[in-house]
Design a protein around this ligand. Structure first.
Ligand SMILES: [Zn+2]
Length: 400
């Protein structure tokens, strides 16, 4: 049987006083999602093991049935795959930010959200001065780029710059986490220093300073990892598949999972995303492939903003613009397909960051007897027939 997983990133939450002590999932008017729960079977899923970061990359890998302890190699290498950067088995790939330093401190992680054309000139300058047989920079979007080091070692302690605005940059430079990483850490420190010399006098930055904008006056490296040893969906389950998302991380997971990566125009990752376009693309893809992963980033962004009302509205949009047409298609189809609906992790509005709590899920498989759960939210799912399951176990429920 074919399957669509609809993933509302970060949807789950805690009760919020502003919503009458309901979670956004409880407060939202979502008749179609609740109907899915009434027709299907529910449970709770602990996606992220306590010893790994509660990131979307780990959580989505878990939903897709991967053993996250084996395949998780950081987000840098997934973003590299998403941008088409070739990463070989002995390569170390990582994120390279162009950021703004001021008075020896990290002013911001984005160099004032530098434009892509400006950033590409700077990355080109870094490559012409610093790249060699071993080192290469790959340009991405705005401040987000990739560095690949041949035979680099991943035993590193790297600091995501968005976590440390205002910090003295020398206090958070790359370090090794084990002696094997010493050489790579020294190389990264050298690259940071040399990038600063090159960028300081680059015409793009002189122009930005003249116009009162933040210069991109340093490269910064974080989330280094090796190419993940991931089996494809064909190898693991004998399934062909596609992923639809606005987010690079999901595209990268799709590349390594052997899924077709479908780009939908107007998919922004925000609450104004092109829901209808993504839904149409998902239903269309399902005619060709066995499995579609439809990822919607918007509720996560609302959670990071701490905006409970917006998050509730994102869930209502998901209900009307995504779940409704997909459920109607499943019920009307001569070729029944199953629908799963869940978040990857909670992004509580109160903490504005991801949490490790289990998430509610529902699976509707045409022809199976539903359980007693008739609403979809964090608490209703506790009575679900699947109980509490852990990371890689979820996907096996779809193909027992
Ligand atoms: Zn997420």
């Amino acid at each position: 049987m074919k399957t669509i997983i609809i993933l509302g990133d970060g949807m789950a939450d805690y009760p919020i006083p502003e919503l009458g002590n309901k979670t956004p999932l409880q407060a939202a008017h979502k008749p179609n999602i609740d109907r899915l729960a009434a027709l299907g079977r529910s449970g709770r899923l602990a996606t992220v093991p306590p010893d790994l970061p509660a990131g979307s990359e780990v959580a989505n890998l878990a939903v897709l049935g991967y053993d996250v302890h084996k395949v998780y190699n950081g987000r840098g290498v997934l973003e590299a795959a998403a941008s088409g950067v070739p990463v070989q088995a002995d390569d170390l790939a990582m994120r390279c930010n162009l950021l703004c330093l001021e008075n020896e401190r990290i002013k911001n992680h984005s160099a004032g959200h530098i434009s892509t054309p400006e950033a590409h000139q700077l990355i080109e300058a870094l490559n012409s001065e610093l790249a060699d047989d071993r080192i290469r920079f790959y340009p991405g979007v705005s401040y987000r780029h990739i560095l690949v080091i041949k035979n680099g070692n991943a035993k590193l302690k790297l600091t995501p710059p968005h976590d440390v605005p205002g910090t003295l940059w020398r206090s958070v430079v790359p370090q090794s986490s084990a002696p094997e990483g010493n050489e790579t850490a020294a190389l990264l420190n050298d690259l940071i220093l040399r990038s600063q010399e090159i960028l300081a006098h680059h015409p793009v930055n002189l122009e930005r300073i003249k116009n009162g904008k933040d210069p991109a006056n340093s490269a910064w490296f974080w989330s280094a990892g090796k190419r993940p040893q991931m089996q494809t969906f064909q190898e693991m389950y004998g399934l062909s598949g596609a992923v639809i998302s606005a987010v690079d991380l999901l595209h990268g997971i799709g590349v390594y999972a052997g899924l077709e990566v479908i780009h939908v125009e107007g998919a922004t990752g925000l609450s104004d995303t092109n829901y209808a376009g993504k839904t149409a693309a998902a239903l269309d893809a399902l005619k060709r492939v066995d499995f579609v992963y439809l990822h919607v980033e918007a509720p996560d962004e609302a959670g990071h903003e701490g905006n409970a009302k917006l998050k509730t509205r994102c869930i209502e949009d998901l209900d009307q613009k995504v779940v409704k047409p997909i459920l109607e298609a499943a019920l009307a189809s001569s070729e029944p397909f199953q629908i799963a609906f869940l978040p990857d992790h909670p992004t509580p509005c109160s903490t504005r960051t991801h949490s490790y709590d289990p998430v509610p899920f529902v699976i509707f498989t045409p022809g199976t007897i539903p359980d007693a759960v008739s609403r979809y939210d964090e608490f209703s799912a506790e009575a679900g027939i699947f109980g509490l399951i852990h990371n890689g176990e979820f996907f096996r429920l779809l193909y027992p």
